[in-house]
Design a binder for this molecule. Sequence first.
Ligand SMILES: O=C(O)[C@H](O)[C@@H](O)[C@H](O)[C@H](O)COP(=O)(O)O
Length: 239
Amino acid sequence: MKTPDIRFPEGVMARFGDTPDQVASELAEAVAGFLRNRLTEAPRASLVVSGGSTPLPFFEALSREVLDWGRVDVVLADERWVAEDDSASNARLVKSSLLKNKASKARFLSLKQEAETPREGLESVKSELAELPLPLDVLVLGMGNDGHTASLFPDAPELPVAMDPECQDIVAAMTPPSQPQKRITLTFPPLRDARFTALHLRGDDKLDTLRQALSDPDDVMAMPIRGFLKPGLQVFWSP
Ligand SMILES: O=C(O)[C@H](O)[C@@H](O)[C@H](O)[C@H](O)COP(=O)(O)O
């Protein structure tokens, strides 16, 4: 495959694969390797993943990796505020495609709570995440073509608070008009500080969006993904 024409900042590593399955397997191996290593140093490890359509083959491949999953906490980077039986639920996606096979032993910490809205549910989500050690260990982000990542949407009125590098809250309720559901998201600081961060993308449209993000890296509010395009990031892309 011809390597895509895109220039990343110093320290950002890119892996371009021929097929989604090849990239998904490479990402699963990299994530599993980091988790195994982390578990030699700490009693537990955290794995933060994103929803959407891109991660599916990655989740399937990761679910088959051999590691001490009983000591891994799986958390979503964001969630749509819908019941778990709703097809839009990221928890439903993760439970059906990742938390099975070897990974069935992992502990899942849910961002979706009983409250009617994410704002009303924030305190119970914070309680659910209270025992999650920071910094996060592994973070796998996706990206929308508006430059959002997790549920850090450019059109969300709450974005200035959630993207604030000094934000004191680990989670935020988001109400982006562009989205059919209210959202809850991890905020910028815990996502920024993850020990291992991968950006998992598929399709030429996502490369074009990334080029646009790279063209004006400081305007984070216009394209929140810009806050993550820094040394240490590993980009995994396939056509
Ligand atoms: O809940 C979500 O939808 C995700 O967390 C979101 O940030 C996703 O990663 C991007 O929207 C890309 O989604 P696709 O992989 O479907 O393009």
